[in-house]
Design a protein around this ligand. Structure first.
Ligand code: HEM
Ligand SMILES: *[C@@H]1O[C@H](CO)[C@@H](O)[C@H](O)[C@H]1NC(C)=O
Length: 484
């Protein structure tokens, strides 16, 4: 039995050995063809590896690790372990996180068309599905034109006096009181946002509008269960009322023919590119959402860092006193706000160190190759602004608060507090203006003291000093402001 086997096998085996080199060549050749074909036509870049990283448990992924303590240390740890591009899984979504200037530029600027904006569906419903953040293409471009037209320097320079009045009103209301700084800054930023939207009109609706917005806000981060009694349900109801208030304002403007460009609403209503009432409501609620807590948390951090750095506070105060003396009691102008280089650097450095928007979200619209890695279609992509702002490659001694580092302009895509590319912040000029105006009056007229130990930080969703930085503000005595 065994001998026949040998007899049969031997000739075949020798044949195989003889043919082996050419068979191997054939096989390799076929593999090459398959590889080239599959690269060109079939699964695209599927054969590329995913970025390094771990995906954690099924469904919940690494969400717990992210939210268990400080989300920023989660990002920092991952970057240290895996480098500037890594994968993870949070809130039910596979994600690729990127933290180099080049990768952020790729996602937000040069290949922005491959990455669409994305939000959880419940948030989109609450803010309004036609709001600017969620859009791409022609409708987005049109909205952006209308928003930028109302928020660019030429449009907002005339509102300096109104913003100054809002700043003075806020400061007067804090005098001698113990306040929650973040809470007060939110009120100020809300008033400035309403001013930029409605101009000085419609005061009679403003209180109702604010009340509805507060209800909306309470439900924004609640469980999206739309049953009577839940915060989400109340928020959705407030959302409808907000749209009705905006519709009332729009129709009263229409009947009075006050449709000439007046604030953001005027821009939305202008005849040639006018939006529908629903589009207007979604975008007004959206702008309030984008404008208020961002600006308020930066202002809160500025107050904190100035309190922690008396030398810098003294220098800022001197810069602002110089301007105050030159004004002789007259109100501030746009040109005055351009004479505040040191204060501007304090704002920049605060936005770098605090990085209140630590990252943003996009979603890959197709399989994308980046640096030899596959970013699969449908995955979320998160440019990590905070990591970029805290990398020693981009900023020497990154944890140190040092406004003088901005005496030299930062390199492209290393400093993006307002993002970059087609969705970058159209409100950035207004944000800087309202911060400068408030700081002018705060540093020249008031002093503040922290209450107890104040080194804690809180998260969710904004990074903030613990408890919103409770402080006592009081008017300086006149001599204090002008040392002999
Ligand atoms: C210091 C305060 C602010 C910061 C740090 C900030 C930051 C940002 C960032 C990073 C983005 C881009 C997000 C992304 O690409 O996904 C953005 C978008 C936006 N911001 Fe701001 N923002 C601030 C104040 C404001 C203000 C005052 C307004 C309006 C009055 C505003 C209106 C908007 C709008 C409408 C968008 C969406 C733009 C689009 O999708 O095309 N922001 N902001
Ligand atoms: C945005 O990207 C462009 C192109 O890379 C770059 O020139 C510009 O400096 C970037 N802006 C910021 C704020 O980094």
């Amino acid at each position: 039995m065994s001998s026949t086997c040998v007899a049969i096998v031997t000739p075949n085996a020798s044949l195989t050995i003889m043919l082996l080199p050419s068979l191997t060549l054939c096989f390799l050749f076929l593999c090459l063809i398959y590889y080239l074909l599959s690269r060109a036509f079939l699964t695209g870049s599927r054969s590329l590896p995913l970025p390094p990283g771990t995906m954690g448990w099924p469904y919940i992924g690494e969400t717990l690790q992210l939210y268990s303590n400080n989300p920023n240390s989660f990002f920092a740890l991952k970057q240290k372990r895996y480098g500037p591009i890594f994968k993870t899984h949070i809130l039910g979504c596979p994600c690729v996180m990127v933290s180099s200037p080049e990768a952020a530029r790729f996602v937000l600027v040069t290949r922005a068309h491959l990455f669409k904006p994305t939000f959880p569906a419940s948030k989109e419903r609450m803010l309004g599905p036609q709001a600017i953040f969620f859009q791409q293409g022609d409708y987005h471009a049109r909205l952006r034109r209308l928003v930028l037209r109302a928020l660019m320097p030429d449009a907002i320079r005339s509102s300096v006096a109104g913003i100054e009045a809002a700043a003075l009103r806020a400061l007067r209301s804090w005098d001698g009181r113990f306040v929650n700084t973040f809470h007060e800054m939110k009120t100020y930023a809300f008033n400035v946002a309403l001013l930029s939207i409605f101009g000085n009109d419609e005061i009679c609706y403003i209180e109702d509008l604010k009340q509805c917005y507060y209800t909306l806000e309470k439900g924004y981060n609640s469980m999206p269960v739309n049953l009577p009694g839940t915060l989400f349900y109340k928020a959705m109801k407030a959302r409808k009322q907000l749209a009705q208030i905006v519709a009332k304002i729009v129709s009263s403007r229409r009947t009075q023919w006050k449709t000439e460009a007046n604030g953001l609403l005027g821009s939305f209503m202008e005849a040639t590119e006018a939006l529908t009432d629903d589009q207007i409501a979604d975008n007004i609620i959206g702008v309030i959402f984008a404008a208020r807590d961002t600006t308020a948390s930066v202002l809160t951090w500025i107050v904190k860092y100035l309190g922690d750095n008396p030398g810098i506070l003294r220098a800022v105060t001197e810069e602002q006193e110089e301007i105050m003396r030159s004004k002789d009691g007259k109100s501030l102008t746009w040109a005055d706000t351009k004479r505040m280089p040191l204060t501007s650097r304090v704002i920049q450095e605060t936005m770098r160190v605090a990085s209140v928007l630590s990252f943003t979200f996009r979603e890959a619209v197709e399989d994308v190759e980046y640096e030899g890695y596959l970013i699969p279609k449908g995955w979320k992509v998160l440019p990590l602004f905070r990591n970029i702002h805290h990398s020693p490659d981009n900023f020497a001694d990154p944890e140190n608060f040092d406004p003088s580092r901005f005496e030299v302009a930062p390199k492209p895509n290393t400093f993006m507090p307002f993002g970059n590319g087609s969705h970058s912040c159209p409100g950035n000029e207004l944000a800087k203006l309202e911060m400068l105006v408030l700081l002018h009056h705060l540093t020249t007229k008031y002093r503040w003291s922290m209450v107890g130990c104040q080194s804690g930080i809180q998260f969710g969703p904004f990074v903030l000093p613990l408890n919103g930085l409770p402080l006592r503000f009081s008017l300086k005595s006149p001599v204090e402001g002008h040392p002999a």
